[in-house]
Ligand binder design. Structure first.
Ligand code: PGA
Length: 265
């Protein structure tokens, strides 16, 4: 694997990262209103933690305008594995960057498991994101059956190695990993602190093997899966947890604000 840039190794402390994944929700009016509210309420907090919102493609431009000069990152929920050309219905990394996106989700379980996206395909997406100057948030996570079968660590390793195989990180701004156990997404069933810490440690061990120990230490690993205004503070207090990827609770400004506030405390 390519050695990561000095930039990765220079990050002294891992600044927390909170992303709101809107999925296929809202309409144009509500997306615009929510982004205006988030921009205003989270403006000061965004000086202390990174705050991103991952918006449905058709609303990116309206949300980008609504975010204005605020420091909230705009993000895409997916991108094409291709650079450009005859790929009907797909959206390239360059197009996302053109619209002001700074980050993109890759391999969310609703795509990995729901749409059958394979790790080999995700490698190309990570590469396209990096080429386009976007921060990839690579999602990994085990199913309930895999957890009960005791293969969580093996699955995380397989997904990480598979999705990063041959990816050059030399020009990457950063790579963020989101640990999202499939059974905790949208279910209200949050992983315990111990589960999360163990999974994040496993992820860092794989990154250390793939790249280097300093790279693994500098890489932000965030947790997603039924994070809400009540449990965020406890999860974010874990040493291994560098923030969260928030689905349902990111659709209500009060809840999202409370979660971002928890990341600042
Ligand atoms: P959830 O979704 O917070 O609704 O569980 C998290 C995610 O899918 O990223």
């Amino acid at each position: 694997m390519d050695q990561p840039t000095a930039l990765h190794l220079a990050l002294p402390v891992r600044r927390l990262f909170v992303g709101g994944n809107w999925k296929m929700n809202l309409d144009l009016a509500r997306a615009t209103e929510l982004s205006e509210d988030v921009a205003v309420r989270c403006a000061l907090l965004a000086e202390r933690v990174d705050v991103a919102i991952y918006v449905p493609f058709p609303y990116l431009q309206a949300v980008q305008r609504a975010l204005g000069h605020h420091a909230i990152f705009l993000g895409g929920q997916d991108l094409s594995a291709q650079r450009e050309g005859a790929f009907t219905g797909q959206t390239s990394g360059a197009m996302l960057a053109d619209l002001g996106c700074r980050s993109v989700l890759i391999g969310h379980s609703e795509r990995r498991h729901g749409l059958g996206e394979e790790s080999t395909h995700l490698c190309a997406k990570v590469s396209r994101a990096i080429e386009s100057g976007l921060i990839p948030v690579l999602c990994v996570g085990e199913t309930k059956a895999q957890r009960l079968g005791g293969s969580t660590r093996a699955i995380l390793a397989e997904q990480l190695v598979g999705s990063l195989e041959g990816v050059s990180l030399a020009s990457a701004k950063e790579l963020v990993i989101a640990y999202e156990p499939v059974w905790a997404i949208g279910t209200g069933d949050t992983a315990t602190k111990a589960d999360v810490e163990d999974a994040h440690r496993a992820i860092r061990e794989v990154l250390a093997d793939l790249y280097s120990a300093p790279f693994a230490q500098a890489t932000r690993v965030i947790y997603g899966g039924s994070v809400n205004a009540k449990n965020a503070a406890e999860l974010f207090a874990c040493e291994e947890v560098d923030g969260g990827l928030i689905g349902g609770a990111s659709l209500k400004c009060d809840d999202f604000f409370a979660i971002v506030s928890a990341a600042c405390s």
